[in-house]
Design a protein around this ligand. Structure first.
Ligand code: IMP
Ligand code: MG
Length: 181
């Protein structure tokens, strides 16, 4: 049994291309924050962003802190339900800190819109967002992503942290997921 040779998936972005992009994002993030005195806090959105976050944090050559937040918008369906809820909250205050939300994928933007509004109320010094993937979904929440890795077609993708019903997160590449009808 092999994950890579699963007939339901087709490679979209190779692991080498991801690694290169993560380095570039790390450099962009460093040049944005390097003159700031306040601490930078990366907030990873569970669970999809964990692998991206682990690589990205090591590509940012600055002192920083890492926090995680659990947000759920999908259940096990592959369509956004529009319902967002916090399944795990931050354990530390972010007041007066620079917050960078780290997301796996921006689809409808509902999750991020909710998160930004929620975190703004805690009075961070600034709040920005970084996503590895941005889908070309027709109707998206009106949010500007500050750092974007790849823009991808409106297909369901898995791998590098992204799942289909909890599977495929450990796939080293990003692949289009096509289950049999
Ligand atoms: P949004 O709120 O519609 O932007 O959806 C954001 C969340 O839905 C992401 O953080 C993912 O967890 C999940 N999601 C959206 N599209 C995909 C996909 O193609 N594959 C896996 N998860 C996805
Ligand atoms: Mg997510």
């Amino acid at each position: 049994m092999s994950l890579i040779h699963d007939a339901k998936i087709k490679e979209l972005i190779s692991k080498e291309a991801i690694a290169q992009k993560v380095i570039e994002l790390g450099q962009q993030i460093k040049s944005h924050y390097h003159q700031s005195d306040e601490p930078l806090v990366l907030i990873g959105v569970l669970k999809g962003s964990i692998i991206f976050l682990a690589d990205l944090a090591r590509a940012i050559d600055l002192p920083l802190e890492i926090e995680m937040m659990g947000v759920s918008s999908y259940g096990e369906a592959t369509q956004s339900s529009g319902v967002v809820r916090i399944t795990q909250d931050l354990v530390r205050p972010i007041k007066d800190k620079h917050v960078l939300i780290v997301e796996d994928i921006f689809d409808t933007g509902l999750t991020l819109k909710y998160l930004i509004d929620n975190l703004k109320a805690r009075e961070p010094k600034s709040i920005k967002s970084c996503t590895l993937l941005k889908k070309q979904t027709p109707k998206q929440a009106d949010i500007t992503m500050d750092f974007v890795g790849f823009t991808i077609p409106n297909e369901y993708v898995v791998g590098y942290g992204l799942d289909a019903a909890e599977r495929y997160r450990n796939l080293p590449m990003i692949a289009i997921y096509n289950p049999p009808k």
